[in-house]
Design a protein around this ligand. Structure first.
Ligand SMILES: *[C@@H]1O[C@H](CO)[C@@H](O)[C@H](O)[C@H]1NC(C)=O
Ligand SMILES: *[C@@H]1O[C@H](CO)[C@@H](O)[C@H](O)[C@H]1NC(C)=O
Ligand SMILES: *[C@@H]1O[C@H](CO)[C@@H](O)[C@H](O)[C@H]1NC(C)=O
Ligand SMILES: *[C@@H]1O[C@H](CO)[C@@H](O)[C@H](O)[C@H]1NC(C)=O
Ligand SMILES: *[C@@H]1O[C@H](CO)[C@@H](O)[C@H](O)[C@H]1NC(C)=O
Ligand SMILES: *[C@@H]1O[C@H](CO)[C@@H](O)[C@H](O)[C@H]1NC(C)=O
Ligand SMILES: *[C@@H]1O[C@H](CO)[C@@H](O)[C@H](O)[C@H]1NC(C)=O
Length: 537
């Protein structure tokens, strides 16, 4: 930025102080409608300083020789110092002019070009400038001859305004090529005129040569299928005049199926030439396979070659294969995972029991309770409850106590008759880890209500005991249950099917064991486990 500001200040100074420079060249091109002036050079020194010396201007035309110009010749002409000014120059002003001071003469031929309506500049008036790539490109808009009259200046590239400040200073890139027009706005007698100066910038490559090279590996195998067309793309970075060619076998050079297809050449902004050459082989047959097609880039100093070879494609779609296999693996793995989860859910009870056995878990050691379960059943033995009685007093203890080492509290068996029944039951339930309720229709109408209520209170309110419900009669109708009992989780309700023989390995017993507290089983009981425990009477 400092750089640019400095230059700008410099420009301003130059613009302000410079007088109109003289015009030495004799052939002059100018575009109609722009201000213009003529000013002779090489006036002898004394003349130059003689204020009173008069300068005369003449215009020649083909037929009449020369005619002196004065203020009345044209309203667009003005004499200013030693200059003849046009405000502006028009087509009719073309011709030869000369100035005379004493014996000094200078003449010019003025060509006035028609304005191009479709462009902001006239192509005949551009100056060409070459800039080496990566060297600095410096464009400034200066017009010292009109210095103080210039109102504002704009810079255009290809007729599009480009920058706030009318100047450019950068490293040249190939993208910078184009027509840069400085448009100076000049005011004269209340009129605005434009002066356009256009430079045609061409970015040329630097003198430093690069080593030409072909992209990619030195040899390439191209998989093809017979009958299809193939394009071999050879890309290289090279200098402008380097050689770049495909070499093919003699027999292929006459083959219409083998030909160079198209050339692509691009200049990168860094000034490198990128080129691609395509060799096209149509309808590939066996004779094109396993032949070297060479692509070469070369200059005096270096050569680079790449060989292409056509081979038949192996498995047509290896990618797809691998992909499908991957998908299958993922699907199978997910299915397996889901299956494992489902199996775990189904065999949860077995897994827990297995784990308890392997780990020898025992959660009964430290809680200070005496019994593993209090069994609540119908004590008064009505005839229709005979099965229930047998189940509670015989079957349950046979399996849970004899085979699995649990200690049950069965009122009839374990409680000495007499004493305060209510207190007794309450304290027994408190000493038990589970309350097993053997449920039948007549259960609720019976005296066992006390046990149930005490147990429910402990289970639901004090959370001291867990209830296991055994539905003895297939109780489709559970409406007689107290609502609090319905809050029991469904897995805590077991169904005893009296009409099916059950071994100690049956699901009913497994579920019951699962609900019972974990207790280490003594090994000697293992053998008795296998034999049927009960068959329906
Ligand atoms: C200035 O020019 C006039 C004639 O144009 C001449 O008479 C006079 O001597 C010149 N003066 C000088 C100082 O050269
Ligand atoms: C501008 O420069 C380019 C490249 O040198 C050239 O081809 C083109 O003719 C030039 N344009 C004019 C108007 O001279
Ligand atoms: C620039 O142009 C405006 C009218 O467009 C004029 O008022 C002003 O004086 C001009 N400035 C200069 C420095 O010529
Ligand atoms: C001068 O150029 C400006 C744009 O730079 C344009 O708006 C204006 O009309 C031009 N004036 C003349 C007299 O050509
Ligand atoms: C050839 O390859 C080059 C570089 O890899 C790429 O720029 C060019 O577009 C390719 N040409 C064709 C026709 O594929
Ligand atoms: C291609 O180059 C190899 C060596 O790299 C050469 O043996 C072979 O003849 C060349 N093929 C053609 C067609 O020029
Ligand atoms: C590609 O360029 C080479 C010379 O470099 C030329 O012989 C060939 O005709 C060009 N091919 C096309 C399609 O332009």
């Amino acid at each position: 930025m400092h750089h640019e500001e400095l230059i700008l200040i410099l420009c301003v100074l130059v613009v302000k102080s410079a007088p109109k420079s003289c015009i030495r060249r004799s052939q002059i091109h100018v575009v109609e409608g722009e201000p213009f002036y003529l000013k002779p050079c090489d006036m002898s020194a004394p003349m130059h300083n003689n204020e009173t010396a008069t300068m005369r201007w003449f215009k020649g035309n083909a037929s009449h020789g020369y005619r002196e110009l004065n203020m009345r010749s044209s309203p667009r002409i003005a004499f200013h110092g030693h200059a003849l000014e046009f405000w502006p120059v028009e087509l009719e002003d073309k011709g030869t002019y000369f100035s005379q001071v004493g014996n000094d003469r200078q003449n010019w031929t003025l060509n006035v070009t028609k304005r191009n309506k479709h462009s902001c500049f006239s192509e005949k008036l551009v100056t060409n400038r070459d800039v080496e790539v990566k060297k600095s490109l410096w464009i400034t808009c200066e017009n010292p001859s009109y210095g103080e009259l210039i109102n504002h200046t704009l810079l255009y590239k290809n007729c599009k305004e480009i920058s706030k400040t009318p100047m450019i200073l950068k490293d040249a890139e190939f993208g910078d090529e184009g027509y840069y027009s400085c448009v100076f706005s000049v005011h004269h007698n209340g009129q605005q005129y434009n002066i356009t100066k256009t430079v045609n910038i061409t970015v040329i490559e630097g003198n430093s040569k690069i080593t030409p090279a072909i992209f990619g590996s030195k040899s390439a195998k191209v998989g093809v299928e017979l009958g299809e067309d193939v394009e071999l793309n050879c890309s290289a970075v090279l200098n402008r005049n380097d050689l770049f060619y495909w070499s093919i076998r003699k027999e292929d050079s006459l083959d219409p199926n083998v030909h160079e297809d198209r050339n692509e050449t691009t200049w990168t902004f860094e000034g490198k030439l990128h080129a691609s050459k395509i060799l096209r082989i149509q309808k590939v047959t066996e004779k094109y396979l396993n032949v070297l097609y060479n692509c070469t880039v070369a200059n005096e100093e270096a050569t680079d070659t790449k060989s292409f070879i056509l081979v038949r494609k192996e498995t047509p779609d290896i990618q797809g294969h691998v992909f499908m296999r991957g998908i299958t693996m993922v699907v199978l793995t997910s299915v397996a995972a889901v299956c494992v989860v489902i199996l775990c859910i189904i065999y949860k009870v077995d897994l827990v029991l297995f784990y308890r056995r392997v780990a020898e878990r025992d959660e009964t050691l430290t809680d200070g309770k005496t019994y593993d379960a209090f069994v609540s059943y119908l004590r008064e033995c009505h005839p229709e409850n005979g099965e229930e009685y047998t189940f509670a007093v015989e079957t349950l203890p046979r399996v849970l106590e004899k085979q699995f080492g649990y200690k049950l509290c069965i009122f009839e068996r374990d409680v000495v008759p007499g004493g305060a029944v209510v207190d007794e039951i309450h304290s027994l339930i408190e000493k038990s880890r589970r309350l097993i309720i053997v449920l039948s229709k007549s259960y609720m109408t019976n005296g066992s209500r006390l046990e149930l209520e005490s147990g429910l209170h402990q289970a639901l309110v004090e959370r001291k005991i867990k209830i296991i419900l055994i539905e003895f009669t297939p109780a489709s109708n559970i409406t007689f249950l107290p609502p609090s009992l319905k809050l029991l989780k469904s897995y805590r309700v077991l169904r005893w099917k009296a009409d099916k023989p059950l071994s100690s390995k049956s699901r009913f017993w497994k579920n019951l064991l699962y609900l019972m507290p974990a207790k280490a089983v003594k090994p000697w009981r293992e053998e008795s486990e296998a034999r049927p425990v009960l068959s329906a009477p």
